[in-house]
Design a protein around this ligand. Structure first.
Ligand code: NDP
Length: 501
């Protein structure tokens, strides 16, 4: 690592070492809480992506990782998990500085990360292959093998967690990876690559090319040596990436936008539901694909719930993300702040009421992208604020008359990622869960994750699943080996009539 005017300059991580871009370009990474320059980072182009894919391809082909015994791969991934754990406080501080999320949130989120590597190491170590009921005197055994070079495109909202959900199964299954992190938050991904290297993950197996989606991301998506693309990002980017994957006939997993309903049933404890609804909406300043941003409440309880939510929202402490007392940091960038401001204006014009928030807060750094937690009431399901993913600290309260109407509102949207149901009646909630068109449903909670959970959405929220056994399988392909246990038939030496059934 070099410096420029006292600020660090980071290169890509290719084939186990740091490299500048082929043409020497760099871009700036800034702190969203105060605008200060954190680092200069290599701006990758097609040549850098090709170099990384070449390194990954060679590393995969010579079997240094893909054909390593699964016992050794398991051991190295556990060592990687231990090494991450040892530097978690530093990783959390760096992630918080780049993303703007409060350190207390970052610590809670990153504390889960080592588990993912341990879980997928164990999945690979304990994976059992199948023998199918093949007709006749044959044995057909099915092996799962890695795909080869895989490309991962990650966003800025949870850089390390989202990368880990993709990287842990990919590495455990024996693939070689090239990651293109968001240009807003590439630093922790680069640090993770160095930790992986030091933990013994062979050179060329985990490569990072920093840069922009339109250039470095596009180069990764179009290279025919890449056997799978895995994106977390916006729905429009998902369409672009899935189309490119289709052209190259490679696998694709897309984890895209969402607008989760938070369904409060009439029997719910309203204090708990209000706490849940504010947690669902305002964690990460609402910049999360599963943010609960449509609160559905029975019309008779709306005022009581809103009053409780507003009271809670007004006490959320906004400020410096690195202060452990801070509960809400800035948005990640000026475009995200402007998008939030634009949608709040759209909501006002549409006739919704701002019950709280709806403005930038006082008493914070003038160059930071802060926005107050905002609750809209008098929202109709067809309004844009109730249909579009805002990706800011903005939630809408909608009312329903009966359960059928609640289901209709919950499902009446392009997205189908997540939902939560708040109730004292678990059986009722489980029946309701059956009717919701989404991939993840929490009952009396929101945002909870686990490495074992298949994560992903229906409809425009994406395709494929991350994590869990399904996520692991999506980083493998099957190979059937059919063994004839008898003498082989000499097909052309006999005129015997073949039975048709
Ligand atoms: P993007 O979908 O643009 O970015 C996700 C990743 O894909 C980034 O690494 C990005 O690179 C890359 N990328 C972008 N365009 C291309 C392309 N044409 N080919 C290959 N890779 C590409 O998300 P944004 O950061 O722009 O956010 C836009 C909106 O997306 C948000 O407002 C939000 O609604 C949604 N979003 C959803 C997320 C989720 O968790 N599901 C996460 C982030 C965003 P780069 O950043 O360098 O452009």
């Amino acid at each position: 690592m070099t410096t420029l005017n006292g600020v660090a300059v980071h290169g890509h991580h290719i084939d186990g070492r740091e490299r500048p871009s082929a043409d020497g370009r760099t871009f700036e990474v800034r702190n969203p809480a105060n605008g200060t320059l954190i680092a200069h980072v290599a701006e990758g182009g097609a040549a850098d992506v090709a170099l990384a894919i070449g390194a990954a391809d060679a590393a995969f082909a010579d079997g240094r990782w893909s054909r390593m015994t699964v016992r050794d791969r398991h051991r190295i991934l556990n060592r990687f998990a231990d090494a991450i754990e040892a530097v978690l406080p530093d990783l959390a501080t760096l992630e918080s500085t780049c993303v703007g999320r409060p350190l207390r949130e970052m610590r809670a989120q990153l504390g889960r990360i080592p588990e993912f590597y341990r879980y997928f190491a164990a999945v690979a170590r304990t994976a059992e292959d199948a023998v199918t009921p093949f007709e006749g005197s044959y044995l057909n055994y099915v092996r799962r093998v890695p795909l080869g070079v895989v490309g991962q495109l990650t966003p800025w909202n949870h850089p390390l967690l989202i990368l880990t959900k993709k990287l842990a199964p990919a590495l455990a299954a024996g693939n070689a990876v090239v990651v293109k992190p968001s240009e807003l938050t590439p630093l922790t991904t680069l640090v993770l690559a160095q930790i992986a290297h030091d933990a013994g993950i062979p050179d060329g197996i985990f490569n990072v090319v920093t840069g922009f989606g339109a250039e470095a991301g596009a180069a990764l998506c179009t290279d025919r040596r890449v056997r799978k693309l895995d994106l977390t990002g916006g729905t429009e980017t998902g369409r672009v990436v899935a189309k490119l994957a289709g052209e190259n006939l490679v696998r694709v997993t897309c984890e895209l936008g969402g607008k989760a309903p938070v369904i409060v049933l009439p029997d719910a404890d309203l204090d708990r539901a209000a706490a849940g609804a504010t947690f669902a909406a305002f964690i990460a300043s609402g910049q999360t694909c599963v943010a609960g941003t449509r609160v559905l409440v029975h019309e008779s309880q709306a005022d009581a719930l809103v009053e409780r939510m507003v009271r809670r929202a007004r006490t959320i402490g906004i400020g410096d993300p690195l202060d452990l007392a801070t509960q809400l940091g800035p948005l990640v960038s000026r475009p995200q702040l402007e998008r939030t401001e634009r949608y709040v204006e759209i909501g006002r014009v549409e006739g919704a009421t701002v019950a709280c928030g709806g403005r930038r807060p006082d008493g914070v750094h003038a160059s930071g992208y802060f926005y107050e937690p905002t609750i809209f009431t008098n929202v109709r399901a067809e309004m844009r604020i109730a249909q579009d993913e805002i990706f800011g600290p903005v939630t809408c309260v909608l009312t329903y008359r009966d359960l059928d109407e609640a289901v209709q509102i919950a499902n009446g949207i392009q997205f189908g990622l997540a939902a939560s149901i708040w109730t004292g009646d678990a059986a009722r909630a489980m029946k309701l869960a059956q009717r919701l068109e989404c991939g993840i449903i929490w009952i009396n909670d929101h945002h909870r994750i686990d490495p074992s959970l298949p994560w992903g959405g229906m409809k425009d929220s994406g395709m494929g699943r991350e994590t869990g056994l399904e996520g692991y399988r999506e980083y493998t392909q099957t190979k059937s080996v059919i063994v004839n246990l008898d003498d082989p038939v000499d097909w052309y030496a006999t005129n015997e009539v073949v039975r048709l059934s």
